[in-house]
Design a protein around this ligand. Sequence first.
Ligand code: ASP
Length: 360
Amino acid sequence: MNLKTFTTSVLSAAAFALAAAPALAQQAAKANVAILATGGTIASRGADTLALTDYGPGAGMKQVGIQSLVSAVPEIEKFANVSGEQIFNVGSSKISMANWLTLAKRTHELLASDGVDGVVITHGTDTLEETAYFLNLVLKTNKPVVLVGSMRPSTGISADGPLNLVNAVALAASPAAQSKGVLVSMNDRISSAFGVMKTNTTNTGTFKSPDGGELGYMQNSQPFFISSPAKRHTSNSEFDIRQIDSLPRVDINYTTLGSDGVLVDAAVAAGARGIVNAGTGHANMPVAIMESLVAAQKKGVAVVVGSRVPTGIVTPTGEFSKAGFVSSMMHSPQKARILLMLALTKTQDPKELQRIFDAY
Ligand code: ASP
C-alpha cells in the first residue's frame, strides 16, 4: 500500500477509466468493476496519524478524491479492471435523499451495462447499512454490489480503508458474489444488507449481523461464503429504482419510559406519510404514544410498530393489528423506515404493507 499517495495526492478528475491497465490478454481475464465514491471516513484525512476521531471537513481537512483512493491500493489491479466516479463526497450522515436517488440510479445504469461486472460503493459507515438496504431493494441486478468504508481516516495509523477497499473490489469481481443481494465488506467479513448494522462508534469491527446476515469472510482477498440471504432482494424485489423519482416522508419516533406523543403529532403536522415507532421490547409503548399513533393512522398515515431493541422479531399482535398497524418483523427502525418509504410508493393498505414487511 502506498499510504502517501492515498492520503496526499488529491487529483481533480471526478471520473476516470482505469485502463491503468496491464497487458490486454490479462485484462480480458479480469472482471470490470466500477467504483463509485461518496465520501466518509475512508475518504477523510486527519491532522496527524493519531487523529482517529477528529478528521475530515469538521476538522478543517479536505476529503480525498476517488482517484487518490484507488491509486493508493495498486493491489486492486490483481482482481479487476476498475473505473471510478465521484458521485458526491460527504460524511454519510450528510447524504440527502436526492443524493441517494442519484447514487441508486447511477449504480443501476452501470450494472445494466455489459462492460460492468460488479460495482463497489465507498461510503461513510454511519449510514452505510441504510444505503446498502435501500440499494438491496431497488436495484434490478444479479451482479455483485459491494459497499465499503473504513473506521479510521486514510491518514490514521493502521488505517483500515486500503485493505477494506481491496477486499471489496475482489468481492465485486467474484462470480461467487453474484445473486447475493447488496453486500457489505468490512473488516474481513461479508455481510448482507438486510442483516448488517453498525454496532460500535469507533471500532474497526463495528459491522455485525446479530440476527443472521453474516454471509462469509474475506481471507487473503478471497471470498468464503457460508450462507445466502433468505429475504427478497435486487432482481427478485418488486421495487425498481427506474420507477422512483421521490420518496414519501417517513419519520421514526423513539420511545422511552414516560415519553408522549408530541413527536408523533409533529411528524404528522410535517407531512409524514408514514411513522415507524421504535417501541420498547416487543413494540410496546406508553398510552399517550399509542393514542397519537391511532390518531395518525385515522388521518391516513401508515404506522409501523418496531422496537428499539437491536435483535429479535416484532410479529403482529391483536392490539396492534386491530389498530391497523404493521409489525416491523426483523427490521431495525432505520431499515423499517426505508422499506416503508418504498412500500408507500405502491400501497397504503395495512395488509399489503404487512406482506411487504414479511417478505423483505
Ligand atoms: N463520519 C463517517 C461517515 O461518513 C464515519 C465513517 O465513515 O466511518 O459516516
